[in-house]
Design a binder for this molecule. Sequence first.
Ligand code: F6R
Length: 604
Amino acid sequence: MCGIIGILGKTQAVPRMMEALKRLEYRGYDSAGVATVADGRLDRRRAPGKLSALEAVLADSPLAGLSGIGHTRWATHGEPTEANAHPHMTDRIAIVHNGIIENFRPLKDELLATGVRFEGETDTEVVARLLTRYLNEGLAPRDAFRKTLGRLEGAFALCVLISGDDDLMFGAREGSPLVVGLGDGENYLGSDAMALAGLSNRLIYLEEGDWAELKRGGLQVYDAAGNPVTRPVTLSQVAATMVDKGNHRHFMQKEIFEQPTVVAQALGRYLDPNEGTVRLPDMPFELADIPKVTLVACGTSYYAAQVARYWIEKIARVPVEVDIASEFRYRDPVYQAGGLAIFISQSGETADTLAALRHAKAAGQRIAALVNVMGSTMAREADLVLPIHAGPEIGVASTKAFTCQLSVLAAFAIKLGVARGLVDRAREADYVSELEQTPKLMARVLHNDGKMAEIARQIADARDILFVGRGIQFPIAMEGALKLKEISYIHAEGYAAGELKHGPIALIDEKVPVIGLAPKDELIDKTVSNLQEIMARKGRVVLISDNAEHEDGLLARFPMPPAGDLVAPILYAIPVQLLAYYTAVEKGTDVDQPRNLAKSVTVE
Ligand code: F6R
């Protein structure tokens, strides 16, 4: 979602801020802006649309200054117009904001009643006007900022410049992440490590309620009560070069093709091939004592949770509950004492998943976070962190994070089985050697990408596409449908193959392609019968399978290598990613930043 950069630097801020905003494009946005303070005077440029629009504005009307704040905005309150774009500015301050100010209406009414005029419709402008009022009342900047924070409710990260002082910047974090970057005679603020990649690798993650006063030569962090505090400095692993497409046309393509490498990396952290064992990070609780596992996530991460349910129940015989984070905490879930709740999130910041994590924590559950971003809020609030080691994922549509999530969840399921005495040494070693084959098999699937590009050409004109699978392939069918709809804008749904006859088969005619996921396992005959029922109704079936026996009447078959239950879901994720990718390319959509979507969904 929205991205923030703030620079108190020694060289011109605008080009550096534009670089940082480009690194933040992956988060999704629909307008952008920058402001500087130079010789005490604030000025800004903003534009709706992509950063190229802002670049054009800046080319016409450059903005000088060594201190600046910049923002990419994903509209929540008010349309993506120039007036609603950040920074918001008064004669006293300029401000950028991520998140939502929940009490903005009463605050706005209060300000309107005192004669304050508003330019736009955003909740952020309320913060700008309130801070200005306190400065106009004579409060020093630090006191005015602190007093303003005390009035705000909701989730926010703020970054503020003050007129009249080129060496002063404030930041605050409440529910939305904000990171301080430490430079050499410079200091920075950013919404994540990616914003600061290339500027600084020495980072301070502000904690909930923290706020900070930055100068070029110094920094003071305060906690919510206003006490000066020292927060640890961490070294960022995110290099500016990671935000590079290499010789790929899109980040999504690069990330799909990176999967054998990153899955090998992830498995390398969790498997010991010499010993034939799974190793997990140190546990603050006994795995063997866990009576129930609750898996909670959103979107693609939720489908990873659904696959994990099959593994955990089958291998470790522990009951598993799976839910969508936005539903979970509002349905008053029944927790089991001593239960383990695992929250799966690439970003570690998704607002609904974080809220669900806090709900489970307050109920006394043991909390694990399976995340890609180690400094993320979920990682910091969990009892146990299971990193997925996928490296930065820039494409909005999640690909490599999904297969790395699955790899780690497979390792977790095996370890749980070991802890419960259901998986002996020999079986564990078999599982480990099976999982070890995954990267090699993934590379074989990717080798056939040209075939999927052809299939994509044949289905790209469809209005609706169905994905079907049984058992552990059912979540992959749903993931395939999600991937396709989010980047190609073709309506798609994933169904359990056995459910078609209970309604969805009414949709089938010669215009509806159906993608069948059918590895040669104990369910293949049933899935194939379901696909034959579709073909009997003129549906155009694409079969993704290692079984070459059922090719009659198909629109196409995408060949897969044979794989067992542990590897097959990871492997079958690839053809559905490729299908979505090539279909989107065929349709000419914006693959890496599909319309209306944001990478890190930090509002509920
Ligand atoms: C789809 C996609 C989203 C995310 C979802 C959760 O391709 O990327 O559905 O999976 O928004 O995000 P995280 O995993 O960051 O919590």
